[in-house]
Design a protein around this ligand. Structure first.
Ligand code: T46
Length: 150
């Protein structure tokens, strides 16, 4: 699915441990306007269940693991996130659902826009219709080669 892909981040490792860093427009394909994180998520909880009109995001498992199911209106794909060096880039107009959170999982999200409830499709049929009508004209995910050089 061209609108979602894994991004590798740089890591600096030494005997004290690992350090990963993220700069907007360099390691993720947009200026970072917002950071939020999910934690204390019960193992049987499901989150997401929506798509965005304009928002692009990169999602990480900083700790633990969870499943992210993405759907562009034509195809679905499952990503199991568990590596704090690998983020899942999600373009606009992609429905997402998250579940199977491990105990202590922390999900961090870098977002291209501030929070705006009017940017959400929370109804699947409305999303499908928008994806059909305008999906073909969307940028199609940005070419990106994060971490290629620090
Ligand atoms: C996404 C997944 C991965 C805010 O006030 N500010 C914020 O920045 C966010 C993200 C949410 N909220 C409020 C809106 C709701 O009243 O927090 C409440 C829970 O939000 P929501 O049900 O959208 O949370 P999730 O975990 O289902 O979805 C969130 C993001 O909304 C979404 O963009 O991709 O995390």
């Amino acid at each position: 699915m061209k609108d979602c892909r894994l991004i590798d981040l740089p890591v600096v490792s030494d005997p004290r441990g690992d350090l990963t860093f993220i700069e907007g427009t360099k390691h993720v394909p947009f200026p970072i306007a917002r950071v939020y994180y999910l934690y204390n998520v019960p193992a049987d909880a499901a989150r997401g269940g929506h798509a965005h009109k304009r928002l692009e995001q990169v999602v990480f498992a900083l700790s633990g693991s969870f499943r992210m199911r993405v759907d562009d209106g034509e195809q679905t794909a499952d990503f199991w996130l568990s590596n704090p060096r690998k983020g899942l880039y999600i373009n606009r107009l992609v429905w997402r659902e998250m579940d199977r959170f491990s105990q202590g999982a922390v999900c961090m999200v870098l977002a291209s826009e501030p929070y705006d409830e009017s940017d959400y499709y929370r109804d699947y049929d409305a999303f499908r219709q928008a994806a059909r009508e305008i999906g073909r004209d969307r940028p199609g995910g940005r070419a990106w080669n994060a971490g290629a050089d620090k």
